[in-house]
Ligand binder design. Structure first.
Ligand code: NOJ
Length: 705
């Protein structure tokens, strides 16, 4: 931060009354009865879902630059003219909806995520929004938890790469550029540990696992310059994240040097009472502020209680001042003091631009995962009559996925229409809207395209399930069609890994599209008919059955690991001790071979090169995500069986080869050691260059320390 900017906010603070200071900490999501006087007297620092503030006052309901400018005008009429920052849940697109975040992670393509976030920032900022409550960076090992859809899956390395890319995309190099928005890394932290996959439930995690698994994406976001973080709802290890001084102050500010601000989650400060760590609102407010939560989202307990706590001497004014400064700093950095208004013309030009839609299509193509392709059924060729059926046949907004308050169904080409547009003339499409019609028509078709999965409302916030199988009836439908012996292409739309143990063998080919966004229909059709090839990889392990979760690739070995003996090993009596599909898995329309793994040395001193030759040995062009995994054989604490440490997307023509090189550094061997320090330990390491987390070429090296 420049000295001038710091001086400016210090001087502003010096002029503020207590009421104005507390005002900056108060965020409101207004309902129809919102009192504009609160803005005119400087008692609100931020609005989100701002459209609600103007209902009943002659403005239309949608959030627009004019409405937001009008509200900003009210705030600027206050004594010190401090601008509001307008927030919103802009999670995976604004009007141009990109694939859900879990699908974005499946692309293993952070550059594309950065471009999508930049396109999203442009759209959202055109309507006056300057702050998004994204990216969601929660590592999730339990797909019962609905919010697995909103994050980057189970891996801290992939999560960190995506985190940095998304922050760069939203914020750009210059946060004050009018087409950028402030990002908010959420939910800090450990939210994905919610017991049983039940949202809002507590979780327990050891400090080393917290530091090595759950924190890295947040640290990457902070290193990328993220302006804000959101504290999680969760009670982690007995201290709700919203009252956790260790996380919010010691680690975030102390160790990482974060100088932006932290907003609570929706009413999570007030919820400290229900958690049982605060006896009343005033106590809850003091706990949160002291822990390091600067802005109160919606619960209004800062607004209602802080002045009284100060008057009673229960709270030092320095804690309030510090929070105000952090908020002013980000407002200043976002250019709001110089440019508080949004040019209303931009709204007409910047929404749904063709290049944004193009990007959404490319992102969907790269995030769809091919799980099975028996006898190269895909891409579909030479099929005369293709029966298309299943609950997603006419899907439009259902393609969006969770958290898309600004997406509109009418902007989407419906799935049936998208298929029609991309089907070769030699193939006739037959659509069946009901199961009995489908069974009747299937007899006369050459192949079946079955579109199954879960509706977006079944995933996302509190979209938890106790059973990871397909929703009722769908599996039976597949089984009935499979009886007819026609080739089946199964397409699954979902916000999570589903347990498809029974379904995969019944289909000849399986594509996992997640919720693919506004261009999902076209992207799917292109892949089905070979205009594009699938290249997504699983960013999360797929269990065989629900009872297997939590299941993740980077687990520790037990004392009796799989393969060590026959009987008394880590397993269930009724299930194979393996996932259905491992992390990192995904096929394409060609085959790749991995050969000639070489290390630049058998000892890692400062760094080490690992390389192998990748060859497209099939007959079609294709993209492979080459993955680098490590295993530290002996540690002062038990080490994961594998950890992803690098990946590269490589596109090769048939017959083409490329040498793929990774550089391993000491830092990539580091972990949280038994004494709590961070660093690498001398000894032997296994290394793999691999197409997924369960296979690959293997070598070993020593680290001397
Ligand atoms: C609650 C959710 O947990 C959070 O992700 C979201 O940003 C806020 N509500 C605001 O809508």
């Amino acid at each position: 931060m420049s000295q001038d900017a710091e001086l400016f906010i210090q001087q502003l603070l010096a002029q503020m009354t207590l009421e104005e200071k507390i005002g900056q900490l108060h965020q409101v999501s207004p309902g129809g009865d919102f009192d504009l006087n609160l803005l005119q007297t400087g008692q609100v620092g931020s609005l989100f879902n701002a459209d609600g503030a103007l209902t009943g006052q002659g403005f239309s309901k949608s959030s627009s630059a004019e409405q937001i400018n009008h509200l900003q005008q009210q705030a600027l009429s206050a004594r010190l003219h401090i601008p509001l920052i307008f927030g919103r849940d802009v999670i995976h697109g604004f009007r141009t909806i990109f694939p859900i975040p879990l699908a974005q992670a499946a692309s293993f393509n952070p550059e594309l995520a950065e471009q999508a976030a930049a396109a999203t920032a442009r759209e959202a900022s055109a309507t006056g929004i300057r702050w998004t409550f994204a990216p969601m960076l929660d590592i999730a090992r339990d797909p019962r938890w609905g919010r697995v859809a909103e994050g980057n899956g189970e891996d801290p390395y992939l999560g960190a790469q995506m985190a940095a890319a998304l922050v760069r995309g939203y914020q750009g190099d210059d946060l004050s550029a009018p087409d950028r928005i402030v990002a908010c890394a959420k939910h800090y932290v450990g939210y994905g540990t919610a017991e049983g996959g039940r949202d809002y439930e507590g979780g327990e995690v050891s400090e080393p696992t917290l530091r090595d698994v759950y924190l890295p994406p947040f640290q990457a976001a902070v290193q990328a310059g993220v302006g804000t973080l959101m504290s999680a709802f969760i009670d982690l290890n007995g201290i709700p994240a919203t009252a956790n001084h260790h996380l919010l102050t010691e680690i975030l500010r102390g160790e990482w040097g974060f100088d932006g601000f932290v907003v609570s989650d929706w009413e999570s400060i007030k919820e400290l009472i229900a958690h049982g760590v605060a006896e009343d609102e005033a106590h809850a407010a003091r706990l949160a502020l002291h822990a390091g939560v600067d802005m109160d989202m919606v619960s209004a307990v800062y607004h209602r209680t802080l002045a009284d706590s100060l008057a009673k001497g229960l709270l030092p004014i320095e804690e309030v001042d510090q929070a105000v400064l952090r908020i002013l700093r980000i407002k200043q950095r976002a250019g709001l003091f110089d440019q508080p208004f949004t040019d209303p013309q931009r709204e007409k030009q910047d929404l749904l631009r063709p290049e944004a839609r193009q990007l959404a299509r490319e992102f969907a193509r790269q995030s769809i995962v091919l799980l099975k392709n028996q006898a190269n059924l895909l891409p579909l060729q030479g099929i005369r009559r293709l029966l298309v059926t299943g609950p997603f046949l006419r899907a439009r907004a259902e393609l969006f996925g969770t958290w898309t308050p600004d997406g509109r169904g009418e902007d989407v080409t419906p799935l049936d229409e998208g298929l029609r547009q991309h089907t070769p003339r030699t193939t006739e499409l037959w659509f069946a809207d009901s199961t009995d019609m489908a069974l009747h028509m299937a007899h006369h078709s050459d192949a079946i395209l079955l579109l199954l999965g879960e509706h977006p409302v079944r995933s996302g916030e509190n979209g938890n399930v106790s059973d990871l199988r397909l929703p009722p009836g769908q599996s039976e439908f597949l089984a009935a069609l499979a009886e007819l012996g026609k080739p089946i292409v199964l397409v699954i739309f979902a916000g999570r890994p589903l347990a498809l143990e029974k379904e995969i063998p019944l289909a000849n080919a399986v594509l996992y599209t997640w919720h693919p966004g506004i261009e999902g229909a076209a992207a799917l059709a292109e892949i089905l008919f070979g205009e594009a090839a699938p290249s997504g990889r699983l960013p999360i392990t797929f269990p065989r059955r629900t009872g297997q979760v939590p299941i993740y690739y980077n687990h520790k070995n037990s004392g009796r690991p799989v393969g060590s003996s026959d009987l008394f090993i880590t397993r269930y009596s009724d299930l194979l001790p393996r996932p259905l599909f491992p992390f990192g898995y995904g096929l394409t329309y060609t085959q790749f071979s991995y050969n000639d793994l070489r290390l630049s040395s058998s000892t890692l001193r400062k760094q080490l090169q690992v390389q192998c030759t990748l060859t497209n040995c099939g007959t079609r062009p294709g993209s492979e995500v080459v993955q680098l995994y490590l295993h530290d054989r002996v540690g002062s604490l038990t080490r994961p069986v594998r950890e992803l440490k690098g990946f590269q997307r490589v596109t090769l023509q048939p017959g083409e080869s490329q040498i793929v090189t990774f550089t391993l550094t000491e830092e990539q061997l580091a972990f949280t050691r038994s004494d709590g320090s961070h660093g690498a330990e001398p000894g032997w390491f296994n290394v793999w260059v691999a197409p997924d987390s369960s296979s690959g070429l293997h070598a070993e090296f020593r680290y001397e320390g």
